[in-house]
Design a protein around this ligand. Structure first.
Ligand code: GAL
Length: 1000
């Protein structure tokens, strides 16, 4: 590429997608080769045409150089390009990594064909071996292979140099919402084949067990020799037979220098065990290429799954079943290594995904490492395999730009060529957010012809007209459509395709409100079949603070998971956009996942787990509340393919005023979709006969044996039904009945109407605000509250009336929409207790507050909370399906959820009573509420949370900040998508709530 009078700048030539790159294929060459991973000599040039220096450092392959102290740092933008150049241009300042290392081709590779495999490099890869250019390739998320036979000498040392240019014409179609990195991010190795080799293998394995295998053979030159054949062997099916039509090689001359050969084998597997996400049955298949003397020249091993995907009307069917797609979008991400993830880390991701009830992953927004596809086959996950095309900032221009035609079609084609044999891949995706143009239709045309066994989807194609059949998407896969929009479309009579949201329920910060509402609709509306939550990861990169602020790895910490619970070690923080001096950037918008950067699940994961429960529990239709001891409950198998025999269960009975009781449960033998009515656990109920208060029955379901994705005993779901309501909703300490009297040494209401109480460091006052969540900030609610002044409420005392026992305090809180009248009636109770009855009247115009409730602060030294209500995880009014009612306890620091950008956190829904106590002495306070209420107890004031940008800025208070809410606004998903539903919003008007406070 150099030395020619024609100067080629491959990084600004979109038509040049590759040079001398070998065709993509599905023959696994990962083992048996010569691995080249590890430290390479490295230098980072300021531009691709800058001269090499004498200064070599080291960089680890695979890895992102942006996380390896090279001086070039991660940069986060969502849709905008980080620099102003228009396609196909790139900026003059263009970090270019030059990697170099020695290798020795094994002597016994003499006479063989030698191939260099580079797993992934972003964004332009140029390869030289022993000073000779051997090829060039683009697409940062698929491998490039180059034939280097003529450039190496077996038995002798050689040098390979890989030059990786960070910014290029290709960056314009790799404009995904994620950190920009640079580097060789997947493994590099050499492999050797015979001069006649298996070039590709294509397996068709439908659920009826009729297997078809097409092998493609290539030769390095010369005519096809006589007598070569391909054999196949499969576990459980023995020898495969050659197809009659293709009994021998059907060779056809291609060019003089080489030719193409094909062979087809067939077998029918009797009683085949079909593959599905629930039943990931795999069969081993080995294909061999034999020389005329019968010896083996090449081998290709596969694990195949028999399954059929089809679309019938508005249904996507897997093995004939309309399966719900409980999906999540997953990026390749690691908080220490950027884009490089090991097979072990991918396994941990997918196991987590399985444990929380997901059955599908969209490989947003590019093909993943082959190891991930193997794992999805093995663990059982449906994949939407997505091509690496997102031209977001220049979407409209590039979708129709003929200069990018080859790149679009090639990226789609190479993905399908590589991944076609994976049963997990049930849908192809043409990419993401690139508008819709002729380049998409070209790619779709190729794909439809090449692989008629799978549907394809592309969100951009169906964007403007959901009913149009004439577009490059077989699935209607909108993003962030509202519940109303999707149900209206399903009811419109216009729906022609399955509706599966490619993105929904944006998981940024404290989010995923209304997920249960979505699923209630999906499970009951024909035409709605599921969706993919955006997204799995919070892309926080671990950053040293105060020491150069680069990406870092604390000594002694091996990797993600080592810092558990979503928190970082002291001296570190989770960096988001802007933290590396990256400008322009899109801030914390990359922290929008269901797991923290160390893979700790956020509370929303438990919500999903319960919504996806394979076992459902409901009241048998014949019974109403309250139950006797002889009623039935209904157990439903909500799976598509399995019975319940892989699960164990126990009954858990919890009553408000008694300890939790458990008893073994037997799951009925019900087919997928079936139900059985089973008697209530009579012995358990008899034992609990005298327990007071409301009563709940939970079926705690766990794995019976070790599963590939979870050890035996892993909790799968905890469906619950209520058996008894509160005896009297007014089970309330009538002040008079308890005969309390004010003990002025104990508690005092001052002339200002504020309570001084020995258990409290700050008196109960009205709160209408919360530290804005990301949804509140980006969706506009936070601005609304700020305009109203709810974030800086000032209390104005109006009157204090003392009538012997009760003291009535009236105050007002002025807001821009008028004053809120707040009344508190304090009544002393016997034993030092206090009843507080509150009323707040929100004026007309003060709609959509964050909360209406009480805030107070306790004394120090309380480090544990015990409560009866929903839990144990954090729950909110529109995200509380995953928190069964019961007795829960937690250390104070575990109540709080460390969302990357501090915000409202730690709430618990449906709390009936709670105690805050010292672990050491057991002393503290207990609060009982008049009704199930939203409560949060943290060591942070809302104002402190709202002011902080990262967790390392927060200093926990020594005492607790307690919020008791008469009403609390839902979370919604408005940071990207719909806000919460009207029923989770707060109107103007009168709110009443009451509570008692007692010493413990
Ligand atoms: C979508 C996009 C994703 C991500 C998400 C918001 O529009 O496809 O990549 O940006 O919005 O987090």
């Amino acid at each position: 590429m150099t030395g020619s009078p024609m100067t080629v700048r491959p990084w600004e030539s979109p038509e040049l997608t590759a040079w001398r790159r070998l065709p993509m294929h599905a023959v696994d060459r990962r083992s048996g080769g010569l691995p080249l991973d590890g430290p390479w000599r490295f230098q980072l040039l300021p531009a691709p045409d800058a001269p090499l220096s004498e200064e070599w450092t080291e960089s680890v392959v695979p890895g992102s150089w942006t996380t390896q102290d090279t001086g070039d740092l991660p940069w986060y933008t969502n849709w905008r390009m980080p620099w102003p150049e228009f396609p196909p241009l790139s900026p003059a300042a263009n970090p270019t990594g030059v990697y170099e290392r020695e290798f020795t081709v094994p002597a016994d590779w003499a006479g063989r064909r030698v191939v260099l495999h580079v797993g992934a490099a972003e964004s332009v890869l140029m390869a030289e071996v022993n000073g000779r250019p051997v090829g060039m390739g683009k697409d940062s998320h698929l491998a490039s292979e180059f034939d280097i036979t003529s450039a190496v000498r077996p038995g002798a040392a050689g040098t390979v140099r890989l030059t990786v240019v960070k910014w290029s014409d290709a960056s314009h179609i790799e404009d995904q919402d994620q950190w920009w990195h640079g580097g060789i991010t997947r493994s590099v190795f050499l492999y050797a084949t015979d001069p006649l080799w298996l070039a590709d293998v294509r397996i068709t394995a439908p659920a009826d067990g009729r297997l078809m295998v097409d092998a493609q053979v290539r030769a390095a030159g010369g005519p096809l020799p006589e007598g070569w054949r391909v054999s196949g062997q499969m576990e459980g099916a023995g020898e495969l037979v050659p197809d009659q039509e293709y009994a021998e090689w059907c060779a056809r001359e291609a060019r003089v220098s080489d030719f193409l050969g094909e062979a087809r084998l067939r077998a029918t597997v009797p009683d085949v065990r079909a593959w599905s996400a629930e039943t990931p049955e795999l069969y081993g298949l080995t294909l061999r290429l034999h020389r005329p003397d019968g010896s083996v020249a090449d081998t290709s091993r596969h694990r195949i799954g028999f399954r059929t995907v089809e679309i019938t009307g508005k249904d996507l069917l897997v093995n004939g079943e309309r399966v719900f797609i409980r999906g999540v979008n997953r990026h390749d991400f690691h908080p220490l290594t950027g884009r490089t993830v090991t097979a072990g880390e991918m396994r941990a991701d997918l196991e987590t995904i399985k444990r929380f009830g997901f059955n599908a992953v969209r490989t947003s927004h590019y093909p993943n490492d082959p190891a991930l596809l193997d794992l999805a086959d093995e663990l059982g996950l449906y994949l939407v395999d997505e091509a690496n095309i997102e031209s977001h900032d220049h979407a409209h221009e590039l979708a129709d730009d003929p200069r990018y035609l080859a790149a679009f079609t090639e990226r789609v084609a190479r993905m399908a060529l590589r991944d076609k044999n994976h049963p997990s891949v049930i849908v192809w995706s043409l990419g993401n957010e690139s508008d819709y143009g002729a380049n998409h239709d070209a790619a779709a045309g190729w794909l439809r012809r090449y692989d008629p066994t799978r549907p394809l989807q592309y969100e951009g194609a169906a964007k403007t007209d959901w009913s149009s059949p004439e577009v490059a998407s077989d699935i209607l896969c909108p993003m962030y459509a509202s519940l109303d929009e999707i149900t209206a479309h399903a009811a419109s009579g216009e729906q022609t395709k399955p509706l599966i949201l490619c993105e929904y329920s944006h998981a940024m910060g404290n989010s995923n409100g209304t997920l249960a509402d979505h699923w209630a609709a999906i499970e009951t509306t024909p035409g709605l079949q599921g969706g993919f939550i955006w997204e799995f990861w919070d892309h926080g990169i671990l950053q040293r603070t105060g020491d150069g602020d680069g990406p870092g790895r604390p000594a002694g910490l091996a990797g993600a998971g080592a810092y558990a619970d979503g928190m970082t070690a002291a001296g570190y923080r989770w960096a988001y956009g802007g933290d590396f001096g990256d400008t322009p950037n899109d801030g914390a918008f990359c922290a929008d996942g269901l797991v923290f950067p160390d893979r700790t699940p956020k509370p929303a994961m438990y919500e999903h787990r319960e919504i996806a429960a394979p076992v459902r529990l409901s009241h048998a239709p014949s019974h109403g509340l309250p139950y006797g001891h002889d009623g039935d409950v209904r157990i439903t198998n909500a799976q598509h393919f399995r019975d319940l025999s892989w699960l164990s269960a126990e009954w858990v009975l919890s009553s408000q005023d008694a300890a939790t009781r458990t008893a073994p449960a037997v799951l009925p033998d019900v087919p997928p979709g079936g139900s059985a009515d089973v008697p209530l656990p009579a012995g358990l109920l008899a034992a609990a006969a005298g327990d007071g208060g409301e009563m709940w029955l939970t079926l705690r379901v766990t794995t019976r044996d070790d599963e590939p994705w979870a050890p035996r005993g892993t909790e799968v779901c905890t469906p619950q039904v209520q058996l008894r309501r509160r005896d009297t909703p007014a089970a309330w300490p009538a002040a008079g009945a308890e005969g309390g009297a004010w003990d002025e040494d104990w508690a005092v209401i001052g002339a200002d109407g504020l309570l001084r109480h020995p258990l409290l460091s700050s008196p109960p006052t009205l709160s209408l605000w919360r530290a804005p969540t990301d949804n509140d900030l980006l969706g506009g609610a936070a601005d609304h509250w700020h305009r109203l002044g709810l974030d800086r409420l000032v209390r104005e005392p109006v009157s204090v009336e003392r009538a012997g026992g009760p003291v009535t305090v009236r105050a007002t809180y002025p807001t821009a929409a008028g004053a809120v009248a707040h009344e508190q009636v304090f009544t002393p109770l016997s034993g030092g207790g206090l009843l507080v009855e509150e009323t707040a009247v929100l004026p007309e115009g003060l709609a959509d507050a964050a909360r209406v409730g009480t805030v107070f602060e306790t004394v120090s030294g309380l480090d544990r909370m015990e409560w009866y209500g929903q839990g144990p995880w954090e729950t909110y009014p529109d995200r509380r399906a995953g928190g069964p009612v019961g007795h829960h306890r937690a250390r104070m620091d575990r109540l709080f959820t460390p969302y990357l950008r501090p915000q409202e956190s730690g709430g618990r829904s449906g709390v009936r009573d709670f105690s805050l106590l010292s672990e050491e002495t057991g002393a503290g306070l207990t609060v009982r509420l008049d009704a199930p209420r939203q409560v949060s107890v943290t060591r942070h004031r809302a104002s402190g949370l709202a002011a902080a940008t990262h967790h390392d800025e927060l200093v926990p208070l020594p005492h607790c900040v307690v919020h008791l809410d008469a009403a609390h606004r839902g979370l919604g998903t408005a940071s990207c998508g719909p806000d919460t539903l009207p029923r989770y919003r707060l109107g103007a008007g009168t709110y009443r709530w009451s509570w008692t406070l007692r010493p413990l």
